[in-house]
Design a binder for this molecule. Structure first.
Ligand SMILES: [Zn+2]
Length: 507
């Protein structure tokens, strides 16, 4: 099966500083109107179709956080109309969720040309909600991979126009973020016979050429020379020798590839996870093509940040393999040694993600990044502890805990930090090797996995590990309507663009 990268082009987005004229509204298929829960009645006199909109607003249940009403304009086109009422001081997550619901209305009505209008807000709130509504509308109609004989009846938005648009909106950032999130979702949802190791690596190489990123692929032979036995243990049951570790580099002007990176993005890319020798039961194996979700998030963040020409030296590392069952497959009690010399006693072949990451993080550490961020759909324990609404974070700089939580609140991609004190290591003591791969005691596997990974990270680099419990959620999350959420793209892109994390780490 060959694979072509999805068309990541977004609908045409227009920011019109003027309020909409009647002609402009009449041409649209759907208008999304957003108002505060209290509004001066005089405002309606200044808006086209003000009388109709005012009537609709008055009928709306102002306490209901959800979509209030949907109707249509009294024109020949019967332009659809969705109204959302926003309460004061509501969280970004809730605002994203509501804007997503409003956009879903337009998608369900098969609208192609939509208008966005916010009325009655203070300038700051107007800007904030405009950006949220744009993000929701860019995410709403993107379609994931399908191979159906019948063409989908769902339509994509062709154009989005924001009326009365505030000046300071950073369109480039919103677009880069949206394309990156779309890419992460698209990759994660691909069937595993399409996105196998070979096709995934080829796809990234092609993208690197297109975007002029430095590209290096550590193939099986190269990894054997490096002594990457932990990664190779996972890859050794693959049907083909096409697994490996991809290394991408982005160098802004004034930097070179040999400079230590400001940021290394790292991702677990298990294209399909059977569980290996400790085979997964059928219902747990279903959907395991999404086990490369961490690498999709790392790559998509790299894509967005380089697209925005951020002034940081950034590397991206993708640990790409499959986890198969085969006579050669690695098994419990095998002992392997990672690149950094740490020997590992295997406990469970389904804990392959931490094995692939162990060698990847060892390689990353050699390049001495200021900050390492890794992304992985790593443990079931992460989902048990925070459900699929949040993702778990771990860091070797615990003074960042509050900032990491707050950044999740600000962006609407919510995370919760967990401890990783070194006394947890006593649960990883092996009789024959430096460490166990997993604890044989019950509980806290997300913490034990973080403790394990910690052994391959040089403490001179700050390190944030995101266990992506929110990578997949039935019905989507916040403004993202699909089961694959691309969680981690909005969070990380914004974290790096804001840049205050680097100042905090420098202190
Ligand atoms: Zn697994």
């Amino acid at each position: 099966m060959s694979l072509k990268l999805a068309n990541l082009s977004l609908p045409k987005l227009t920011l019109n500083p003027k309020p909409p004229s009647k002609t402009a509204l009449d041409k649209l298929d759907h208008v999304i109107l957003v108002t505060p829960d209290t509004i001066k009645t005089s405002v309606w006199k200044t808006v086209t179709y003000g009388t109709l909109l005012k009537q609709m607003y008055e009928k709306a249940d102002k306490k209901n956080a959800k979509l209030a009403l949907s109707s249509h304009l009294s024109n020949r086109n019967l332009t659809g109309l969705s109204l959302g009422v926003v309460q004061k001081n509501r969280s970004t997550f809730k605002n994203l969720t509501q804007m997503g619901e409003l956009c879903k209305n337009a998608v369900d009505a098969k609208a192609e040309h939509i208008g966005l209008l916010l009325v009655g807000f203070s300038p700051d709130t107007h800007k904030e909600l405009s950006e949220i509504l744009i993000s929701a509308s860019l995410a709403a109609s993107f379609q994931l991979w399908k191979k159906k004989s019948k063409k989908p009846t769902k339509k994509k938005f062709k154009s989005i126009e924001l009326f009365s648009a505030p000046e300071a909106i950073n369109v480039a950032q919103l677009k880069a973020e949206a394309s990156a999130n779309n890419m992460a979702r698209w990759l994660s949802a691909l069937p595993p016979n399409y996105l196998n190791s070979k096709n995934y690596v080829a796809l990234v190489e092609k993208l690197a050429k297109q975007k002029k990123w430095n590209y290096k692929f550590h193939n099986i032979l190269a990894l054997e020379k490096l002594g990457a036995e932990a990664f190779l243990a996972v890859a050794q049951a693959n049907p083909h020798e096409d697994a490996g570790i991809v290394h991408l580099q982005y160098c802004p002007p004034g930097t070179t590839a040999s400079d230590a990176p400001d940021l290394a993005l790292v991702g677990k890319g298990i294209c399909f996870d059977t569980g290996g020798t400790n085979l997964k039961p059928a219902n747990y194996m279903l959907g395991m093509q999404g086990d490369m979700g961490g690498s999709a998030v790392a790559l998509s963040n790299f894509y967005a940040l380089s697209q925005l020409k951020v002034n940081k030296r950034i590397d991206c590392w993708l640990a790409i393999t499959e986890n198969h069952i085969d006579a050669h497959a690695y098994k419990p009690n095998d002992v392997v040694t990672a690149i950094n010399g740490t020997s590992i006693e295997v406990i469970h072949s389904d804990a392959e993600g931490r094995m692939a990451l162990a060698d990847t993080l060892s390689l990353v550490s050699k390049t001495k990044p200021k900050l390492i961020m890794d992304f992985a759909t790593l443990t079931g324990a992460a989902v048990y502890s925070v459900t699929d609404r949040y993702s778990c974070v771990f860091t070797n700089r615990p003074q960042l805990h509050n900032d990491l939580i707050q950044h999740g609140v600000n962006t609407g991609e919510r995370v919760w930090p967990f401890p990783q004190d070194d006394d947890y290591d006593s649960s990883l003591e092996s009789k024959v090797a430096d460490t166990l791969q997993c604890s044989t005691e019950n509980g806290g596997d997300h913490i034990m996995a973080a403790r394990f990974l910690n052994k391959f990270v040089d403490d001179k680099s700050a390190w944030i590990h995101m266990d992506l419990s929110a990578a997949e959620r039935k019905g989507g999350l916040a403004h993202i309507p699909t089961d694959h959420t691309g969680f981690g793209v909005r969070y990380t892109t914004r974290l790096i663009l804001e840049g205050s994390i680097f100042e905090k780490l420098a202190k």
